[in-house]
Design a protein around this ligand. Structure first.
Ligand code: MCU
Length: 387
């Protein structure tokens, strides 16, 4: 009796409530808005103008951001190739990946991996941050995966041996693909003692741009530690342009595309009109969310200290909206040589490594350090609290 009354009521209710279309599936566009906007794009609006209201919406938003970033800046990020095998022996992790009749082999070295269930940091070209004991270092030769020695290195390196020299990926994307495979290789082998759920990625300067992009593209990375990445990493293109207009000696998109092959050739079309990009780099941080991210910067003009600070403040607004403000921090510091980690950033780095890699807890609350930079002057949106 009871059920015969309740069931029809339930059925009526369910039918009467329209399903939020974005909760079940994400509609990822294949074309992206290019209307000029000198303010940072609103991370809480879909490209079709719909509001991002829930965390599920935000997951879908990230999918369109990812698609736009690949189309406009990074080039295509390929999935796991059709054939893959890996071995681990004596501190060397190797994999062989095959696609379309071609194959490549690649190795990384692992140190500090004694014990059980050891967290690790993948270090582009070797670490220039201190890595504490209890955390293994995986040295990743990113230049071998994708060369970065000026325009003549376009399409060179193991990634391009596999996918072809004309592949759209810039070097940053090729390296991120390599990081994704290193994690596949860790998952496929034993004996290395690494806990694949606690892997971070770091690199400094050009390699810092790479570490940031890897943290954004590879969602198995637990902690991103980009160091002094500046333009192309923690800086927002639009803010760097505004700083350049104020007379600063700062790297911008118009310069970066000529200097090296970090980005896809597709980015050339935007190099002198960054204001028409569908996204900006606060959303690179937003792609890492809610995973751990500690952004380390230096107050060198070329890196754009105001740009990186304001851009990462905007990135933290995304983390706040997701209810995890303290999963992201940024720490800027002046008066030290490029990529020489200063002692006054140690406690911020330690806090993030403790919380996200060593699992020893502790607070990562409110780490926002850098020069005065008013994020409000670069945005025309407010962050909601996503339900
Ligand atoms: C901050 O990273 C780069 C910068 O983007 C380049 O313009 C400059 O040539 O090199 C920096 C770097 O990688 O320094 C080691």
């Amino acid at each position: 009796m009871k059920y015969s009354i309740v069931l029809p009521l339930l059925a009526t209710t369910v039918l009467a409530v329209p399903l939020e279309p974005r909760q079940d599936t994400c509609k990822v566009p294949t074309t992206f808005p290019t209307t000029a906007n000198s303010k940072l794009p609103n991370p809480f609006k879909f490209f079709d103008g719909t509001d991002v209201k829930t965390k599920a919406d935000y997951d879908c938003k990230n999918k369109e951001v990812l698609a736009a970033l690949q189309a406009q800046e990074l080039g295509t990020f390929p999935p796991k190739p059709s054939t893959f095998s890996a071995t681990y022996s004596g501190g060397t992790l190797s994999f062989t990946a095959g696609e379309g009749g071609k194959s490549i082999s690649f190795s990384v070295t692992i140190k500090g991996n004694t014990g059980t269930s050891v967290p690790a940091i993948i270090a582009y070209g070797g670490a220039s941050i201190p890595i504490p004991s209890g955390v293994a270092t995986i040295t990743f030769n990113n230049d071998q995966m994708g060369q970065q020695s000026g325009q003549s290195s376009r399409g060179k390196g193991k990634f391009y041996d596999l996918y072809g020299s004309g592949h759209s990926a810039g070097a940053l994307t090729a390296w991120a693909w390599g990081v994704d495979r290193v994690i596949d290789a860790l998952e496929a082998t034993t004996g290395h003692n690494i806990d694949t759920k606690r892997v971070g990625v770091t690199g400094c300067s050009r390699n810092g741009k790479g570490a940031f992009v890897a943290a954004a593209l590879v969602n198995r990375i637990a902690l991103g530690i980009p160091q002094e990445s500046g333009s192309g990493g923690a800086a927002c293109w639009r803010i760097s342009d505004s700083e350049k207009a104020k007379g600063k000696n700062i790297q911008t998109s118009s310069q970066i595309v000529g200097e090296n092959v970090w980005f896809s050739p597709a980015f050339n079309a935007f190099s002198t009109k960054a204001s028409t990009l569908s996204t900006d780099h606060h959303q690179l941080a937003g792609l890492v969310a809610p995973r751990g991210l500690i952004v380390i910067e230096n107050e060198i003009d070329w890196l754009g200290p105001v740009s990186t600070t304001a851009c990462m403040k905007a990135g933290r607004l995304i983390y706040k909206a997701l209810g995890v403000p303290d999963n992201m921090g940024f720490t800027g510091s002046g008066n030290h040589n490029h990529c020489s980690f200063p002692s006054n950033q140690q406690s911020d780095l330690t806090a993030y490594i403790n919380r996200f890699l060593l699992n020893t807890g502790g607070s990562t609350a409110n780490i926002e350090k850098g020069p005065t930079a008013d994020v409000a002057s670069y945005i025309d949106w407010t962050a909601p609290t996503l339900s």
